[in-house]
Design a protein around this ligand. Structure first.
Ligand SMILES: *Cc1c(COP(=O)(O)O)cnc(C)c1O
Length: 398
């Protein structure tokens, strides 16, 4: 079978909820992937930051295989010997008192919403069924019915209603809008420290710091969705560190497993996550021993290979090189760490296709933005290699 055969099969028998580039990947290692024709590409998307540690990292692979041979799933009806180690590791790395494991990012966001509501009723004293959660415009928190209900992106929500009530939208980066949206019934403010899917939008300096202050003052929980921005992507363990804050809840996923397996979690202190009592929330696969072993290995790789500092340094290097590309079509280059939005004044997809033909895989986000977010194990030489090709493509398209 060749590329076209695989594409034909997929188009015929798969639901068409994606519009992928026509590259059929067969294997991958580190920052490089190989397609079924034997062509190699540098992966500049890293599965939306699930692959911060690089493809098929040998240390994570080892943990994955070893655990798969021992026990993979117990359900939470019984305990397993891996989950406690993940709890301890998350606590030691982040300073939060406890965590709650789930699978996908959306499930962890749902978990944070449930925790915030329950906290609102049982701790803050919000009247029954009146809890409100404030979200930012242009957010991306996943694809469940509740979550798309508070999206402002028409495409994510059209024809999927009716939606869960109790959410309010404020402009991202606008502190006065947040202030005036808070009522006595507000349980939480849910926000991405940097909006990834919206096009790597970094809020104005001090926004999160001020938001954290107001939330504290008004007894509102601040929930940061670090599913994409976290675990080194932004050049810090968490992007909220740029504002020197400590959110009440943090949602993580994606790179928590280094791309091997869906693993997500909510981090918070006992006064918040402690609201869940036995039987009130759960997941068959959440916290399974395979997920826990993989997540521990993935976190260990981040630390052992100093990937967070690498993201910070190489991100600045990559961004400076991109800024040196002089083209009237390039409007802005923004981001933090190895998480870069390359903003064009024209649709980005033709650029992504041209880049693919040059051996670089990346994806447009929104119409006009290319996201460059390679695995954090990328080297300076590989960034140089990529920038030569990016420059060539940008100069060729006029
Ligand atoms: C990817 C993502 C999610 C959803 O994660 P899934 O694993 O796809 O459910 C939620 N929030 C942010 C910021 C994300 O980038």
């Amino acid at each position: 079978m060749n590329t076209n055969d695989y594409i034909a099969l997929e188009e015929e028998y798969g639901a068409h909820n994606y519009h992928p580039l026509d590259v059929v990947i067969e294997r991958a290692e580190g920052v490089w992937v190989t397609d079924v024709e034997g062509r190699r590409y540098l992966d500049c998307l890293a599965a939306y930051s699930a692959l911060n540690q690089g493809h098929c990292h040998p240390k994570i692979m080892e943990a994955f295989v070893a655990q798969a041979k021992k026990v993979t799933l117990t359900s939470r009806a019984f305990r397993n010997d891996q989950l406690p180690l993940l709890y301890k590791m998350l606590h030691d790395m982040t300073g939060y008192e406890m965590s709650l494991p789930m699978n996908s990012g959306a499930e962890a966001v749902e978990t944070a919403i449930k925790a915030a509501r329950k906290w609102g009723y049982t701790v803050k004293g919000i009247p029954e069924n009146k809890a409100e959660i404030i979200c930012a415009a242009d957010n991306f928190h996943g694809r469940t019915t509740t979550i798309v209900g508070f999206s402002t992106e028409e495409q994510y929500k059209k024809d999927f209603g009716p939606f869960t009530p109790g959410f309010r939208i404020v402009k991202f980066g606008d502190i006065d809008a947040l202030k005036s949206a808070i009522t006595p019934n507000t349980a939480a403010f849910l926000v991405e420290p940097i909006q990834g899917e919206a096009g790597i939008i970094v809020p104005p300096e001090g926004y999160l710091r001020e938001a954290a202050r107001i939330c504290k003052e008004q007894n509102v929980l601040l929930i940061c969705d670090e599913i994409q921005s976290g675990l080194g992507r932004s050049g810090k363990l968490f992007a909220f560190e740029y504002d020197n804050i400590r959110p009440d809840m943090v949602v993580i996923g994606k790179a928590l497993s280094g791309g091997f397996y869906p693993v997500s979690a909510v981090l918070a202190d006992n006064n918040i996550l402690g609201v869940f009592k036995p039987g009130e929330h759960g997941s068959t696969f959440g916290g399974n021993p395979l997920a826990a072993a993989v997540a521990c290995a993935a976190l260990r790789v981040l630390a052992d290979e100093d990937l967070i500092a690498k993201s910070f340094e190489l991100g600045a290097y990559f961004m400076a090189k991109l800024r040196a590309i002089d083209s009237p079509h390039v409007k802005e280059i923004r981001g933090r760490g190895l998480w870069i939005g390359f903003v064009l004044d024209t649709p980005a997809r033709p650029y992504c296709i041209a880049l693919m033909n040059e051996g670089i895989l990346c994806k447009e986000t929104h119409e006009n933005v290319i996201r460059f977010a390679p695995p954090l194990v990328i080297t300076r030489e590989e960034i140089d290699w990529a920038c030569e090709r990016i420059q060539k493509v940008v100069y060729a398209i006029h």
